[in-house]
Ligand binder design. Structure first.
Ligand code: SF4
Ligand code: SF4
Length: 113
C-alpha cells in the first residue's frame, strides 16, 4: 500500500462527488455534458457508484503536497481513509475521460437509443 509520505497529496488535487446513477436518456445526456468540460472525468467505482471527478486543487495544498491547515483541516479530510484513496484503489469499473470513451460505452451497453 502507498502511504501519504510516499505520495504527492493526490487526494488534495481533485474533488470527487457522487452523482445519481443515470437511468433516463436525459440523465445519460447530462453526463455527456459533464464530459464536455476539459479535464473532468466521470467514473463508476467498485461499488457501482457514479462519480464526477473535478480537477481543482485545494487552495491549502502546499507545493510539496502537504496541507497548510493540517490541524484545522475539514472533517472530510480528517476522515478520508488512505486505504480507500485513489492511490490504493487503482481499479474502478469504468472511467470516462472523454465523450468518445463515454459514447463507446453507451453503444456497447445499449443504454439508450
Ligand atoms: S490519502 Fe492517498 S492520495 Fe491522499 S496523500 Fe495519502 S496516499 Fe496520497
Ligand atoms: S484542507 Fe488540507 S487535507 Fe484537505 S483537501 Fe485541502 S490541502 Fe488537502
Amino acid at each position: 500500500m502507498i502511504t501519504c509520505d510516499e505520495c504527492d497529496g493526490e487526494c488534495c488535487k481533485t474533488i470527487a462527488i457522487d452523482i445519481e446513477t443515470p437511468k433516463l436518456k436525459e440523465d445519460f445526456e447530462n453526463i455527456r455534458w459533464y464530459l464536455y468540460h476539459k479535464g473532468l472525468s466521470v467514473y463508476i467505482d467498485n461499488e457501482d457508484t457514479w462519480q464526477v471527478e473535478i480537477p481543482f486543487p485545494c487552495e491549502h495544498r502546499e507545493k510539496d503536497g502537504s496541507c497548510a491547515i493540517y490541524d484545522k483541516r475539514p472533517p472530510i479530510c480528517q476522515t478520508f481513509s488512505v486505504e480507500d484513496c485513489e492511490k490504493n484503489i487503482k481499479e474502478v469499473k469504468v472511467m470516462f475521460k472523454t465523450v468518445k470513451d463515454y459514447d463507446k460505452w453507451l453503444e456497447k451497453n445499449k443504454k439508450f437509443k
